[in-house]
Design a protein around this ligand. Structure first.
Ligand code: PMP
Length: 449
């Protein structure tokens, strides 16, 4: 078991009173500490590092393109590699997509998607369509509009009064159904709540509905009922509202398909890609946009009014092309499906059920709830306390997990995710399971002493 040293931090991101173990490097699925400790990384840059750390092909791609050209003014010139990448992205995406544009983070791609939806209606002479609708317990990045569109209560809290207004429909997480229903007897009330919200706001005022096909940070890998997303898509089409799929965490084979919306044959109007799009080797994100959005009104406006310094980066394109090349034969996605099933199966079997329940997910996006009732005195502590404790217990057992809270309404409900590299082996899946089981038992023991 590894001891965690606590030191003061000078970065604005860490809690001032504590600093985790110092990391020197990464090797494949492992982070390597300054003291030589190897941590199996099931956080992977929040799911970005699909090929793990220190991947030579990714490093070479970035190095080679950086020597030639990293940035250029994309309003005045074109670039062969950027065009090639846009075409490759469109080939990889849902068939109806007809344009691609790249940015540098999931948050700025979400922001761009919202602006694109607004510009689409503005150009179509429907300037009153200004509302973006979201859902409870969701996360769409950290900008004022993106955080506003999301329903992650704890992350919104310090900014609540200035966030972009956004009415929320119910989420679609069956284990915490907002209508108190069992999956078998529900009539998709969560999808109906999207339509009810549209009707309350007035369909003529709504520009877009934004959803994560499988909710990540806010609910830890919660896939909806298979009928849900097709129904939401139908509702949006009926009211001439754009459907934005935020696939920042679910894109690029993380869930075993190129995009999570493909599990249910849904073709959104705008698809937001991030994280795995560069396998973590360049700050890259993208929007894929269908004909409906770019042809017609927006074509008359000539371009999307949203310039950004790192948009259309050739360095990002080179990294992105290498990722696409490696995903092309489907073997990485197939491994994600196989290893994900193995991991969920062994977690369900081996983890102490009184502490961990509702193991879920698709591909290698794997999540579960942490039940505070397993502890002697659960009420006295703040939400997120036990996911934090569990994260530390896992770290002591050499495993990095992605812990969060808020799955049971407001800030209540601790949960966590495992986001391993998609190239993970059976042996490493077994290692992750053993470390997590040991951490769960450690936590039960220390907290209930
Ligand atoms: N949308 C979703 C669904 C995400 O999971 C995230 C990141 N966790 C974002 C947007 C924001 O991406 P970034 O952190 O790269 O800005």
């Amino acid at each position: 078991m590894t001891e965690i040293r606590v030191l003061p931090s000078r970065t604005a991101y860490s809690r001032p009173d504590e600093l985790g173990p110092r990391i020197l490097g990464g090797e494949g699925p492992y982070l390597v500490g300054a003291d030589g400790t190897r941590y199996l990384d099931a956080s992977c840059g929040s799911g970005s590092l699909i090929f793990g750390h220190g991947d030579e092909r990714m490093i070479d791609a970035l190095r080679a393109q950086s020597r030639k050209l990293t940035l250029f003014p994309s309003r005045h010139f074109s670039s062969e590699i950027v065009e090639r990448y846009a075409r490759a992205l469109l080939d990889f995406g849902p068939p109806s997509m007809s344009r691609a544009i790249t940015f540098s983070s999931g948050s700025d791609a979400v922001e761009a998607a919202i602006k694109l939806a607004l510009q689409h209606h503005f150009a179509a002479k429907r300037p009153q369509r200004r509302k973006i609708l979201g859902r409870n317990a969701s996360y769409h990045g950290n900008t004022i509009a993106g955080l506003g569109a999301g329903g992650f209560v704890a992350r919104r809290k310090p900014y609540e009064d200035v966030l972009a207004p956004c009415t929320k429909a119910s989420h679609a997480h069956c284990a915490a159904c907002e209508f108190g229903l069992q999956a078998q007897i529900c009539a998709l009330e969560c999808a109906q709540s999207v339509e009810d919200t549209i009707l309350e706001e007035g369909p003529e005022n709504v520009a877009a509905v934004i959803v994560e096909p499988i909710v990540g940070a806010a609910l830890s890998a919660a896939p909806p009922d298979p009928r849900y997303l097709p129904r939401v898509c139908e509702i949006c089409r009926h009211h001439d509202i754009l459907l934005i799929a935020d696939e920042v965490m679910t894109c690029f084979a993380r869930t075993g398909r190129p995009f999570a919306s493909m599990h249910w044959n849904v073709e959104p109007d705008i698809v937001i890609c991030g994280k795995a799009i560069s396998a973590g080797y360049y700050p890259l994100s993208a929007l894929l946009v269908n004909e409906r959005v770019v042809h017609g009104p927006l074509a008359r406006d000539r371009y999307f009014q949203n310039g950004q310094t790192f948009a259309c980066s050739p360095a990002g394109a080179a990294v992105g092309l290498t990722v696409l090349d490696r995903l092309a034969n489907g073997s990485v996605a197939a491994n994600a499906t196989r290893m994900g099933e193995l991991l969920r199966g062994s977690l369900r079997k081996e983890l102490p059920g009184e502490l961990i329940n509702s193991v879920r997910g698709m591909g290698l996006m794997v999540g579960f709830d942490i039940s505070t009732s397993a502890f002697k005195n659960p009420q006295a502590l703040s939400p997120g306390h036990y996911s934090d404790r569990f994260q530390r217990a896992a770290l002591k057992r050499g495993l990095v997990i992605y812990a969060s809270s808020g799955s049971a309404g407001s800030e209540e409900g601790d949960h966590a995710m495992l986001l391993l590299p998609l190239t993970i082996s059976e042996r490493e899946v077994k290692e992750a399971t053993a470390s997590l089981v040991a951490a769960a038992n450690d936590l039960l023991e220390t907290e209930n002493k």
